[in-house]
Design a protein around this ligand. Structure first.
Ligand code: HEC
Ligand code: HEC
Ligand code: HEC
Length: 211
């Protein structure tokens, strides 16, 4: 067989396997662009370790996404570890996943710190708690009508920067997780502390457009 013919046959074989991968990427470029970007920059994409290598290809549409309970998540976690173990030692894989967990935990501690600052502003009557909030702490899902800059910063911290930390960590893109996740979160906390201080000493009003 001529090398060229062999090349074409190989190409056909590879593209059959690559079709699923392209589907995941095509849709997730719209749904979770950060993840696709993390993956593209990682050694996994350079080595043809596809989305479906780790996640399987059981889910292929927007409607069949499993929403997992805690127990199911632990099982999935064990399964994920076994998946890593196909190519890495179990110790390396476990250490990597635990490192990711630690980073996320540290991020959540920062988030908790920021929430506490705002809860204290509500408590001390310095910031008015919006009526539609169920609890005495900021509703992290009420992003679009975040009424004050300090709350807006908190929502961004949660929805954007924590998300990037999470996604970058698990998609083997530590630089991205650190620069666009962690360091942004550190900056968010600093800004929130500064704004809280200004609100307390009266040099800042709580409402838009006084930023
Ligand atoms: C037609 C669009 C579409 C395609 C194709 C698609 N996904 Fe998804 N995927 C989604 C949506 C929508 C979500 C939910 C996102 C959310 O809730 O933030 C999702 C969520 C996920 C999640 C998270 C699941 C969870 O429990 O939180 C993973 C992992 C995932 N997709 C992997 C894949 C893989 C691997 C493929 C290819 C085999 C794929 N997706 C193909 C749209 C798609
Ligand atoms: C090397 C293995 C690996 C590869 C390759 C991989 N992922 Fe993941 N992914 C993970 C791990 C680990 C998690 C965190 C645990 C979980 O949610 O299952 C995760 C989480 C996710 C989530 C959930 C994020 C959230 O915010 O809840 C989505 C969505 C996702 N991956 C999509 C993708 C897509 C799309 C690709 C391909 C572009 C991809 N993954 C490639 C390992 C991988
Ligand atoms: C199908 C094989 C395969 C699977 C499955 C896989 N990896 Fe990888 N992984 C690779 C290859 C190949 C490299 C690149 C190795 C290199 O260049 O030294 C890599 C690189 C990495 C790196 C980067 C190491 C570095 O030197 O920067 C990390 C971290 C990593 N993998 C973690 C994981 C985790 C965690 C899982 C499971 C969620 C996983 N991998 C699943 C094949 C795989």
């Amino acid at each position: 067989m001529k090398p060229a013919t062999l090349g074409i046959l190989l190409g056909m074989l590879l593209s059959a396997g690559g079709l699923k991968a392209q589907e995941c990427i095509a849709c997730h470029t719209k749904i979770t662009p950060n993840i696709v970007q993390d993956w593209r920059l990682s050694k996994h994409s350079a080595n043809d370790v596809e989305c479906s290598t780790c996640h399987g290809d059981g889910h292929t549409t927007a409607d069949d996404v499993a929403s997992l309970s805690k127990e199911a998540f632990d099982v999935e976690w064990e399964k994920m570890l076994q998946t890593c173990n196909q190519c890495h030692s179990i110790n390396f894989a476990r250490a990597e996943l635990e490192k990711d967990d630690d980073l996320i935990e540290a991020g959540d501690a920062l988030l908790a710190q920021a929430i506490r600052v705002i809860v204290e502003l509500y408590r001390d009557g310095i910031l008015e708690k919006p009526n539609n909030y169920t609890y005495d702490f900021p509703d992290l899902l009420t992003f679009s009508d975040a009424p004050t800059p300090i709350e807006h910063t908190l929502f961004n911290m949660h929805l954007k920067h924590r998300m990037r930390l999470f996604q970058g960590a698990f998609h083997a893109n530590p630089d991205y997780a650190l620069w666009y996740g962690w360091s942004e979160m550190v900056q968010d906390v600093t800004e929130i502390n500064t704004m809280a201080e200004e609100l307390r000493n009266g040099s800042r009003k709580g409402w838009w457009p006084f930023k």
